[in-house]
Ligand binder design. Sequence first.
Ligand code: FE
Length: 334
Amino acid sequence: MFLRLTTAAVALCAALPAFADEVNVYSYRQPELIKPLTDAFTEETGIKVNVAYLKKGMVERLQAEGKRSPADLVFTVDISRLAAVVDGGVTQPVESDVLTANVPEIYRDPDGHWWGLTTRARIVYASKDAVAPGEVTTYEDLADPKWKGRICTRSGTHAYTVALVSAVLEHHGEEYTKTWLEGVKANLARKPQGNDRAQVKAIWAGECDISLGNTYYMGKMLSDPKQKAWADSVNVLFPTFENGGTHVNISGVAMTKAAPNRDNALKMMEFLASSKAQEVYASANYEYPIAPGTEATEVVKGWGDFTADDVNLMTLAGNRKAALRLIEEVDFDG
Ligand code: FE
């Protein structure tokens, strides 16, 4: 009798987490971006959100934890990182009318494993002194010899660059992309180094005239007294592909395979995709919300309108390996 009771008690304890009103998140994104959202979600639903902020090794950790993982959701940026989580076999597909209605098709996995929440464009920062507004119109143009010694960029192997090169591949094929990479490399003012903001600083310092960077860094520089001068020295230009739009990437969410609090996790995903939450999330990092009817903040809109490239991000994830190979073949960082 005693033994049976104990077994029942153990079974009850094991089942408890599934009933507790909480949801557990592993995030590569920073607390200041996540906190406003988790607070709003808890206020609306009463569900507590526990967030573990990770710097790296998310896939390995989820794999090691296996079925006993406490994580329900994964937050990260860049299609390559979302694809890596899915490829690692640690996510599950999610079906939801709310998510399908709010997340445009090109920003979600056809199988429902990852869902985009906000976008950022990879654009050109151009010196106000040395580059006329409208002088940069396409990504293709960056390989033109007229830019010789005038371009700064971060490493070719960084996820942001790899995604852009994946898009060049999608639009133009392998031969063109290799030639394009060689052309851009020949135009560099210095070897690729530093982050996106370091390139704008280099423009401010007169080392180069244009750089590649993500849109939200403009907002970050403007709000940092030490970096405001860098931002003030450049214009934000939105290049397009000759046969497409402006290259964008996403921040997104995926549900883990183990997800002990599956129902709460789904509620949170649907909350994140809602117009209200998207605008909060996007404004925290100067990004673009993607749900129909949502708008970026005034500061972000002030940088200009653009048409996002319509390549499905899953396609870019698929081109990643080939892109990286070409980047190494031309020794882009060398
Ligand atoms: Fe970034």
